[in-house]
Design a protein around this ligand. Structure first.
Ligand SMILES: C[S@@+](CC[C@H](N)C(=O)[O-])C[C@H]1O[C@@H](n2cnc3c(N)ncnc32)[C@H](O)[C@@H]1O
Length: 408
C-alpha cells in the first residue's frame, strides 16, 4: 500500500480537523481569539448596560452567545450576535431555537467590521485593545446618541467613560450627541478640544507580568503620536528591547530609551545614577536572585549609556511627589515607578510589587493615574501615592520619566 492509499480514508477527518483548527485560529488574527466572558462578568456587563425590554443589543464577536442569551433571559431584548467562526454561529442558532429565543435573537456569520450598527441601543465587546481601537471610528460614525458600549477588559481610548467596574474590568461608554462624537472624537479628546478639556491619555492593559513599563510607554506614545502606537505588539517590542535580562522588569533608563527612540524629548528623574534592586528572598533562591540582580545592573548601565547618547535629559537628585507634580504641570503624563501594594495590597505579594503607572494629573488631594494592571484613571490620595513612590523596601531609588514631543 502506498502512503496515499493509507491516508485516503482519513482525509475527510483530517480536513474537518484542519477546518476546526482554522475556525478557532484565524479569529485571533481578525479580531480576537475565543475566550469566554465569565458568568459573573457577563452579569455585571448586563447590569451596567441598563437594558430595557426590546432594546436592540449587538454582541460583536459573540462566541457561544452567552451574553446575549443571559440578556434575553433578563430583559427580553432583541439581539444580534456576530462571529467570524461559523461553528459558534451554528451553535448559537441551534440554542436559540431550543430556547424559543430565535424570534428575538439572530446570529450572523460575518466579520464584525462589516456589521451595520445604526439601530443598536447597546453594543457588547470582548475583543482586544487594538481591535477596539480599529472599531472606534465605525462606532463613532454609526451609533446613535444614547447608544451604550459595554466592553470587557479593554477600553475605547479618548471616549469619556460613563460607568465602570474595576473589579470585573467592565467599561461603559455612551454615544453623546455632541459633535465631538463624530469620527474625529479621539483626536479631539487627545489634543484637548479648543483647549477646553485636558488632553486625554489613552489606556493600554499590560500583556504580561513585567511589561507594565512598556505598556506605560505605549500609552505616552499613543497620547502624542496617535492611537496606532497603542498596540500590544509595540508594547512587546519595547519590552524585549528594554527588559533587565533575565528579570523581566524594566527601569527608567530603558523606558527613557524607548520613548526617545520614538521621537519624544525625554526627561528622566532618579535619585541615584545607577540601578540597584533588592528582593527579600533567602536561601538558594536568594542567591540566584542576587546573581540575576548583578546581571540586571549591567543591562541597566547599557541602557544608561544609550539614554545619554540619545540625548535624554537625566536629572539625578531627590525625587519627591512635588517633583512629579511640577513635571506634569503642563499636562505631560509621567511614567512613575511605584510599589503597587501601597494602594492595592495583594496577599500573594506581602513584600510589595514593583510597578510602573502613568500619572495623568493632580487633583486637590488626589493623584489620578492609569495603572496598566488595574485599569484606567485610578484615583488615590496624595498621601497614599507618596507612600507608593517609596521604594526603600526594595532598596531601589525613586524614579520617573516624562516625555514631550520634540517640537514643544
Ligand atoms: C474573546 S471572545 C468573546 C466571546 C464572547 N463575546 C464572550 O464574551 O464570551 C472573541 C470572539 O470574537 C470572535 N471574532 C474575532 N474576530 C472577529 C471578527 N473580525 N468578526 C467577528 N467575530 C470575530 C472570535 O471568534 C471569538 O468568538
Amino acid at each position: 500500500m502506498t502512503p496515499q492509499e493509507v491516508l485516503r480514508p482519513f482525509l475527510p477527518l483530517l480536513f474537518a480537523i484542519l477546518l476546526l483548527f482554522l475556525s478557532f485560529a484565524l479569529p485571533t488574527v481578525w479580531g480576537a481569539p475565543w475566550f469566554p466572558t465569565s458568568r459573573q462578568t457577563a452579569d455585571r456587563m448586563i447590569e451596567l448596560a441598563a437594558l430595557r425590554p426590546r432594546d436592540k443589543v449587538f454582541d460583536l464577536g459573540c462566541g457561544d452567545g452567552r451574553i446575549l442569551f443571559r440578556a434575553w433571559k433578563r430583559a427580553r431584548v432583541r439581539g444580534v450576535g456576530v462571529d467570524i467562526n461559523p461553528w459558534w454561529v451554528l451553535m448559537c442558532r441551534a440554542k436559540a431555537r431550543l430556547l424559543r429565543a430565535h424570534r428575538d435573537l439572530t446570529f450572523q456569520w460575518t466579520n464584525l467590521f462589516k456589521v451595520d450598527l445604526h439601530e443598536a441601543d447597546v453594543v457588547f465587546l470582548y475583543l482586544l485593545q487594538e481591535t477596539n481601537e480599529s472599531l472606534l471610528p465605525r462606532l463613532a460614525r454609526q451609533l446613535r446618541p444614547g447608544a451604550r458600549i459595554v466592553s470587557n477588559s479593554f477600553t475605547l481610548p479618548g471616549w469619556p467613560m460613563v460607568a465602570r467596574d474595576d473589579g470585573s474590568r467592565v467599561y461603559v461608554y455612551e454615544m453623546s450627541s455632541d459633535d465631538r462624537s463624530a469620527i474625529g472624537l479621539d483626536q479631539a479628546a487627545r489634543t484637548g478640544a479648543n483647549g477646553a478639556t485636558p488632553p486625554l491619555v489613552p489606556y493600554l492593559h499590560q500583556m504580561m507580568i513585567g511589561s507594565c513599563g512598556p505598556a506605560c510607554v505605549a500609552m505616552v506614545r499613543g497620547h502624542y503620536l496617535g492611537l496606532q502606537e497603542l498596540r500590544p505588539k509595540s508594547e512587546m517590542r519595547d519590552w524585549i528591547r528594554t527588559w533587565l535580562f533575565p528579570f523581566g522588569m524594566t527601569e527608567a533608563y530603558g523606558l527613557a530609551t524607548a520613548l526617545s527612540r520614538h521621537g519624544l524629548r525625554v526627561k528622566l528623574y532618579k535619585e541615584r545614577p545607577d540601578f540597584r534592586v533588592h528582593f527579600r528572598f533567602g536561601g538558594l533562591l536568594g542567591l540566584i536572585v542576587k546573581a540575576f540582580a548583578a546581571w540586571a545592573r549591567l543591562y541597566s548601565q547599557h541602557f544608561r549609556r544609550t539614554a545619554l547618547s540619545q540625548g535624554v535629559d537625566v536629572r539625578i537628585g531627590p525625587v519627591e511627589l512635588e517633583l512629579v507634580r511640577r513635571a506634569t504641570d503642563d499636562g505631560s503624563p509621567a511614567v512613575v515607578m511605584v510599589d503597587q501594594s501601597a494602594y492595592a495590597p495583594d496577599a500573594d505579594y506581602p513584600d510589595g510589587v514593583l510597578h510602573w503607572v502613568v500619572v495623568l494629573r493632580f487633583e486637590e488631594e488626589a493623584v489620578v493615574f492609569h495603572d496598566p494592571d488595574l485599569g484606567p484613571e485610578q484615583r488615590v490620595s496624595t498621601a497614599v501615592f507618596e507612600k507608593a513612590m517609596d521604594l526603600s523596601a526594595f532598596q531601589i531609588d525613586r524614579q520617573f520619566v516624562v516625555a514631550v514631543p520634540v517640537a514643544r
